[in-house]
Write a protein of this length. Structure first.
Length: 181
């Protein structure tokens, strides 16, 4: 008997599934910004310092060069020279008195202040606005209408300084260089 067998190959097939996400435009968001400008009064105290220079004749005999002195707000700079007599003496021939005075002036100036508002709209797939997104209540309150309270920066800093002892915080102006505080 002869073996006439042919091997029969039966393929086993399985299908595999792959899922991909395809982006589809279903709508969008449009943000529109507008800039509003209004004038605010800027008030700031400015200091001016003047030096008054006065030469004072003294002709006072001294025993050598004299140091510079400060008497109140006046700086006294002795000017000495040697005078030959039978003996040599130091004589203050004059003193230069420099008095520093300071005056404070409040300057008020109207300056434009800009603020932006953003309007946000949700769009459908064809680009038509379907809903407006409102700002958060605290953001809307801070942006709407003119500012209430003190009108100028100086008045606002004074109001903050008056409130500072109650809260335990110190207030300092950003517009001046106050190293003494």
């Amino acid at each position: 008997m002869e073996d006439n067998r042919e091997d029969l190959v039966v393929p086993v097939i399985s299908e595999e599934l792959h899922a991909d996400a395809v982006p589809v435009v279903t709508g969008g968001v449009r943000v529109t910004k507008r800039v509003h400008t209004n004038d605010e009064v800027l008030e700031q105290e400015l200091r001016k310092t003047h030096a008054e220079i006065k030469r004072v004749k003294t002709n006072r005999v001294v025993d050598g060069p004299q140091p510079v002195q400060r008497i109140g707000s006046t700086l006294v700079i002795p000017v000495v020279s040697e005078v030959l007599r039978v003996e040599r003496q130091w004589v203050v021939t004059e003193e230069i008195h420099i008095t520093q005075t300071e005056e404070t002036e409040t300057v008020r100036q109207t300056v434009p202040v800009s603020r932006e508002e953003a309007e946000i709209e949700r769009l459908d797939e064809s680009g038509n606005a379907i809903a407006a997104i409102e700002p958060a209540p605290e953001a809307a309150a801070s942006l709407s209408g003119p500012r209430t309270g003190p009108a100028s920066i100086v008045e606002r800093s004074r109001a903050a300084a008056a409130a500072a002892p109650a809260s335990g915080r110190k207030s300092r102006s950003l517009l001046t260089n106050n190293k003494s505080r």
